[in-house]
Ligand binder design. Structure first.
Ligand SMILES: NC(=O)c1ccc[n+]([C@@H]2O[C@H](COP(=O)([O-])OP(=O)(O)OC[C@H]3O[C@@H](n4cnc5c(N)ncnc54)[C@H](OP(=O)(O)O)[C@@H]3O)[C@@H](O)[C@H]2O)c1
Ligand SMILES: *[C@@H]1O[C@H](CO)[C@@H](O)[C@H](O)[C@H]1NC(C)=O
Ligand SMILES: *[C@@H]1O[C@H](CO)[C@@H](O)[C@H](O)[C@H]1NC(C)=O
Length: 316
């Protein structure tokens, strides 16, 4: 038994190492010169690594986030990867959905939208001035608002436009009370917030992929697995020391993670179907048992209502 388990683990590691090599080799020379990508959360961690990988593939990359110093140093790094590229930093506090409205006015075109913005605090439900929970805003609502904002441009792309949300595909459970309390006003817990936002990412990206006008755009929700980044720095020291760092010790580097995550972004034809849930190695995973047409319609409806309210200046 024990022997089999160790062998299984070794085989798993061997297998994933081979996959990393295969993906790296396949995408080594892809060239997207002239194409443009926006990476929200690109100022650190997984987003920074994806932005860097895209610059290596000769994308012009815009990184968005709050931290100007980090943003500028990432842009410098992008220039060292792809010196002729037009890279820039876009200041954005994505917890405020209304700040996303109009952002695309500064863009002439866009080919890839990547959302990795997130926080790992153990805070209780924390309402922003718009009335959304801060975590739900970062991990879910802002990502859909960004998709909505940039879809008109993405649809015009001829390089197989894509929207990628990096969060928790395949590792979250469904959130059972989505109908009675979609925004966790009375059922907030860390676990429910994580499961609800993961579940809604699955449902809403699928719903967007089904809209007739989005047929040339591909949508994916993916999970990074454990990656050594700044993720977890907001947690109390004992949680960090006991759980986060040891797990990250076994985790992969942001560079390797980005190689897996970018495989979806470095293809130039729209796949059929144009929606995917991908695991930490970029391989397809099954949706949850509650990923039904009914849940999809409900979450689509609810999300559009919430975003419309905020755009009208109302508190949700
Ligand atoms: N690392 C892991 O092991 C792991 C595991 C599972 C899931 N994830 C998920 O993967 C995503 C990326 O994680 P990471 O490890 O790369 O984390 P990270 O190194 O902490 O980076 C987080 C990014 O999110 C941005 N961000 C945070 N608050 C923001 C705000 N209000 N507005 C705009 N941007 C904001 C940060 O930019 P600014 O500070 O410049 O705003 C930063 O670029 C997160 O959603 C995380 O939950 C990570
Ligand atoms: C959230 O998801 C995790 C992982 O799938 C699961 O173990 C946990 O029970 C879920 N939490 C709730 C409150 O449903
Ligand atoms: C969507 O919202 C409208 C208005 O709130 C409601 O009448 C309709 O039944 C909802 N549809 C679904 C599928 O929930």
């Amino acid at each position: 038994m024990g022997g089999t388990t160790v062998l299984d683990a070794l085989f798993f590691i061997f297998n994933k190492t081979m996959r990393l090599q295969a993906v790296t080799a396949k995408n080594l020379h892809v060239n997207f010169e002239g194409c443009k990508a926006l990476v929200v959360g690109g100022t650190s961690g997984i987003g920074e690594a994806i932005a860097t990988r895209l610059a290596q593939a000769r994308f012009n990359v815009v990184v968005a986030g709050r931290n100007i110093d980090r943003g500028n140093s990432v842009v410098e790094k992008l220039h060292s990867k792809h010196p002729k590229g037009a890279h820039s930093f876009l200041p954005l506090d994505a917890q405020y959905v209304s700040d996303i409205h109009g952002l695309s006015n500064e863009f002439k075109h866009l080919d890839r939208l990547v959302c990795t913005q997130g926080i790992s605090t153990i805070q209780a439900r924390t309402e922003t001035r718009e009335g959304l929970d801060q975590k739900m805003a970062l991990h879910y609502y802002s990502r859909i608002a960004l998709a909505q904002e940039f879809l008109p441009l993405l649809r015009q792309s001829t390089s197989g436009p894509r929207v990628l949300s990096v969060f928790s595909a395949g590792v979250h459970s469904p959130y059972h009370k989505y109908k009675e309390d979609p925004d966790l006003k009375n059922h907030y817990s860390l676990s429910n917030a994580a499961n609800a936002t993961g579940f809604y990412n699955d449902l809403m990206l699928d719903a967007l992929s089904e809209e007739p006008e989005n047929q040339n755009v591909a949508f994916a929700h993916t999970a990074p697995g454990f990656v050594s980044t700044n993720w977890g720095t907001e947690m109390p020291w004992y949680v960090r020391t006991l759980f986060v760092r040891p797990l990250q010790f076994y985790g992969k580097t942001a560079h390797d993670c980005a190689e897996f995550m970018s495989d979806f972004l470095l293809q130039d034809k729209t796949p059929i179907p144009n929606f995917a849930l991908l695991d930490q190695f970029g391989e397809p995973v099954e949706p949850t048992t509650m990923h039904t047409p009914e849940a999809k319609a409900f979450i689509r409806n609810h999300t559009l209502e919430v975003l419309a309210k905020i755009h009208q200046g109302q508190r949700v």
